[in-house]
Structures are given as C-alpha cells and as structure tokens.
Ligand binder design. Structure first.
Ligand code: PDD
Length: 308
C-alpha cells in the first residue's frame, strides 16, 4: 500500500509532500489541526471534529475554504487509498505562505489575502492492548506553562511535546498539567476522575481543549444515569480519587493507575472506566469481551491482543 497524502487539492506520494519554507505554520505555528479517528473503518464523531475545526479556524481568523461536504469528500477519497481498520486522518490548516516578493521576509503580521495551506495524511492507530488497559497507566505532573489559548487546537505544541517527553523519560504514559494547584489536562488528553460514584472533569476554560472524546464521554456518563460535574479539580482530589482516566481521539479512554508514583484508587482500571470502554466498543459492534471476558468471536484473540 503506497502512502498517499493530500496537499492543497492534490493527492501526492507522502514522501514527496511538501509545503513552502515560509509557510506561517512552519515559521510561527500559525495554524490549527484536527485528528479524526476511524475505528473498525468507521469515522468516529466526524461532524464534531469538522465543527471544532471550523470554530478554531474562525478564532484564528483563517478562512475555512471548504464546506463540510467538501471536507467529507476529500477525507473519503484520501481514506480510500488505505485499508487500515483503525486509523486517523490528520488535518492541518495553516495561514499559508506569503506570495508577494518582499525584500524583508518573516513579517509577524499577516496579509488577509493569503491562501491557507491544507494538508491531510492517514496513520494507523495502534490501540493499547486490553490487558494493559486493565492494569492502567502511570502519569506524572508538570507545571502548565503553555500559552493561554489552549482551548484552540493550535499546532503550537512545543510545550506539550516537552511534557510528553518528560513522561517518557520517567517511564510514564502521560504528563498531567497543573496550573496553580488545579489540573488542566494531559499533554495530549483530557482527564476525568470518579469519587464516591460521581464523575468529575475540569471545566472548560482557556487552558482546557474541548476534547471531542471528552464531550462524547460526558454524554455517555449522562446516558448511563451517572452524575458528572465540570469543576476545578485539585491535585489532592486527583490523588484521592477512586478512579481516574484520560480521554483522546486515538485511544478513547486510558485508565490511570498512579500519579507521580502514588497509586490512584485500586491501582488499576476502575469499574466505571471499564464500563465506558466496553460501551464504546459495543457502539462499533466490536468484540466486546473487555468487561465480561467471555467472547472469542473475533480477531482480538487471533491477533494475540487478548492476553487474559
Ligand atoms: N490530541 N487536550 C490536548 C492538549 C490534546 O492534544 C488532545 C488530543 C485532547 C483530547 O482531544 P480529542 O478528544 O478531541 O482528541 C485534549 C490529539 C489526539 C493529538 O494531538 O494527537
């Protein structure tokens, strides 16, 4: 399967896909992105991702030159080159590169007539093995020193990348950001806790990305008739939680087993995390043996992923 990517209206060999060195995305991180997951070959919450893309572009004052129907049709064509089962489409839209011949390059201000640069590519998603999900993952904390517009899905992710590496160096899965003692989000995820059968997640503000998975999980929690509150969550509340988990588009839900080496809850995936994960898989008619461990119908087992 040759890797094809989309660049400004053309479908190109991925290894020959380029943008201009003066592109403002490259020079100023002047752009936004979206990551649309496909599970069992089906787009998950596509319309919500397109809505957020549109909103973010408008907040960055970058024109969205495609209608939702056009986005859908370009995404469909791009994904038709691939036969992955679980994968994502990465979309990046930057303000573009200045066209005019100026003596002085790299002006901070931009020109309104600039044409955005749009590219998309496809990557396979490697889901975390279920036995590891059951065991949960360790997290560390770090001061949230990002810029103050984290509600926008900006490509300015240098601090997030440093933070992810901070976790990696400590053999942890994720770094959870803390601002003045309050949890904001993970370096590439949102966070939830459960205490005394009530779910809590940080309320949305300019330090929290309105994650599409976060929104979906909140709705699922309500559908299951559990209580959920969007409030400030202190480090102390996280440490004393009965369970905690992360959400994002590539992994859906990741239970947290420890924070800065301190055990959270039972030290493994809690019952609510398992229930939500199970419900998510059911919605795709996926083999749903995660919670009940009683199904041998599908390639989860054949792939050797089911090790319990
Ligand atoms: N990131 N917060 C941050 C800082 C993120 O980077 C992400 C996702 C989320 C979760 O958002 P969503 O549920 O819409 O994926 C929250 C993606 C996966 C990434 O950058 O790879």
């Amino acid at each position: 399967m040759s890797r094809i990517s989309y660049v400004n209206g053309k479908y190109c060999e991925h290894n020959n896909s380029y943008v201009h060195i003066e592109d403002r995305g490259y020079q100023f991180a002047d752009g936004v992105y979206e990551l649309i997951p496909f599970f069992q070959d089906k787009a998950f919450l596509l319309d919500k991702h397109l809505l957020r893309l549109n909103k973010n572009l408008s907040e960055m004052k970058i024109e969205n030159i495609y209608s939702n129907d056009e986005w859908r049709s370009y995404i469909n064509k791009l994904t038709s080159y691939y036969d992955y089962t679980n994968f994502y489409v990465y979309i990046q839209v930057s303000r573009g590169a200045p066209k005019h011949e100026e003596e002085v390059l790299r002006q901070h201000h931009y020109y309104n007539e600039m044409e955005p640069t749009i590219f998309m590519y496809v990557s396979e998603i490697n889901l975390l093995p279920e036995d590891k999900i059951r065991k949960g993952f360790s997290c560390v904390t770090l001061d949230d020193l990002r810029w103050g517009m984290c509600n926008i899905k900006s490509i300015s992710l240098a601090y997030n990348a440093l933070a992810k590496n901070y976790a990696k160096e400590r053999e942890a899965f994720e770094t959870v950001f803390v601002k003045k003692g309050i949890i904001t989000e993970g370096s590439s995820s949102n966070i939830f806790i459960v205490k005394d059968n009530v779910f809590y997640t940080p309320q949305l503000n300019n330090y929290v990305l309105p994650g599409i998975t976060r929104g979906y999980v909140i709705e699922e929690i309500k559908t299951l008739d559990y209580q959920i509150q969007e409030i400030d969550i202190s480090i102390d509340m996280l440490e004393k939680a009965d369970e905690a988990f992360l959400t994002n588009s590539t992994q859906f839900l990741v239970p947290i087993s420890s924070l800065n080496k301190k055990i959270i809850g039972s030290g493994q995936a809690g019952k609510y995390s398992c229930e939500l994960y199970e419900k998510f898989k059911k919605s795709f008619n996926w083999c749903y043996n995660f919670f009940y461990n009683n199904c041998d119908c599908c390639n989860w087992k054949n792939n050797g992923w089911k090790s319990f």
